[in-house]
Design a protein around this ligand. Structure first.
Ligand SMILES: Cc1cc2nc3c(=O)[nH]c(=O)nc-3n(C[C@H](O)[C@H](O)[C@H](O)COP(=O)(O)OP(=O)(O)OC[C@H]3O[C@@H](n4cnc5c(N)ncnc54)[C@H](O)[C@@H]3O)c2cc1C
Length: 325
């Protein structure tokens, strides 16, 4: 079995970026294994033939469309389990994100499969897939092999690059699935964007970026207050975006946005290489970190060693005082 099945999430008529990365990666790997690249999509009448077939341009050969509630994990598990039972698929690949984790975990249990999470790269070796993932707070990388199929691979959010292979329209196949009783117990009440999802960090002259050193989601209030006083915008590291503390739209770095503001103020950010590549072109870099050996100080114009909980409010006060209120 060498086919690869991915799941693509959609909202308001468009597939999300993270899912398109998974579809592209699945297509590339399926070609290397000599199997079929297929995608599962779930939803209502908004899921048109044209939209589904369009996934062919990301390399999908077939799109299974099921009429079931979108945005919930359990119905998708039912659909994917049926396709695995009827088809010739060896792996399921997810782009990560909360829903990807939920569906991937559910499918793993249903299929009694092996699973690897937080995957940053997948290799095709000797007719099988090998998942690569960082461990021990990203200080080491391991290869994970699957001794039997099916294998479930759940990527890190946006770890897989979107690539438009220029393929023709995918074949759209409607699947009839009777949902398990437990899969009908939850309904979607409301879908919407996260707070700050419409931030435009790329055009901002002044960025106050927060990292894991903020301690919790509410810690971002300190960054927001300073950014407001300065007339700037708040940005974030991937660690805090993955933790759900701040929206992806504000993420800077290798798998986020690249910025070059006049002032980049980093609070509680260690300065990992994947973050640095997204902000190193900033005109002035100021970093606040309690660890004097934090890597961010190596490429900062001004470094402040200390507790951000004390320094950020003082800075906000000072900026307000200078601006006269
Ligand atoms: C394939 C891949 C892609 C990635 N892409 C990105 C990306 O696009 N963007 C990105 O940012 N990361 C990315 N990462 C993750 C990256 O490797 C780091 O894990 C991440 O940047 C760390 O985020 P952080 O600095 O917020 O957290 P940490 O590394 O945990 O650093 C927190 C810092 O806060 C300091 N601190 C703690 N408490 C306080 C306090 N009270 N006052 C002051 N300082 C304090 C600590 O000393 C520490 O230096 C990627 C990783 C991989 C493998």
């Amino acid at each position: 079995m060498s086919g690869i099945l991915t799941y693509a999430l959609h909202y308001e008529g468009a597939f999300n970026k993270n899912s398109l990365g998974a579809v592209s990666e699945g297509a590339k790997l399926a070609a290397e294994l000599g199997g079929e690249a297929a995608v599962v999509v779930v939803g209502g009448d908004d899921l048109t033939d044209e939209m589904c077939a369009g996934l062919g341009s990301y390399g999908a050969a077939k799109v299974y469309r099921a009429r079931a509630p979108e945005g919930l994990g359990a119905p998708v598990v039912d659909v994917m389990a049926k396709i695995f039972a009827d088809g010739d698929y060896g792996y399921a690949l997810f782009g990560g994100g909360l829903l990807g984790f939920e569906i991937g975990a559910g499918l793993t249990a249903r299929l009694h499969a092996g699973v690897t999470m937080e995957v940053t790269q997948v290799k095709a070796q000797d007719g099988k897939l090998v998942a690569v993932r960082p461990i021990l707070q990203d200080s080491a990388i391991v290869d994970v092999e699957y001794v039997s199929e099916p294998g479930i691979i759940i990527g890190r959010l946006n770890a897989f690059e979107i690539s438009q292979s220029g393929g023709g329209p995918a074949e759209v196949v409607d699947v009839d699935v009777t949902l398990e009783e437990h899969s009908t117990k939850a309904t979607m009440v409301q879908r919407g964007e996260q707070r700050g999802a419409d931030v435009n960090i790329e055009d901002a002259d002044l960025l106050v970026a927060g990292g894991r050193g903020l301690g919790k989601a509410e810690g971002f209030e300190l960054c927001e207050e300073l950014a407001t006083a300065l007339g700037g915008t708040v940005a974030a590291t991937r660690a805090v975006v993955d933790a759900g503390w701040y929206p992806y739209a504000a993420q800077i770095g290798q798998t986020g946005k690249t910025v070059a503001p006049k002032l980049y103020l980093a609070a509680g950010i260690s300065g990992a290489i994947q973050h640095k590549v997204g902000m190193q072109a900033s005109e002035n870099i100021v970093a606040i970190n309690k660890d004097p050996n934090a890597p961010i100080f190596e490429f900062s114009d001004l470094g402040i060693v200390g507790d951000l909980n004390k320094i950020l409010p003082k800075l906000t006060e000072a900026v307000k005082a200078k601006k006269g209120g």
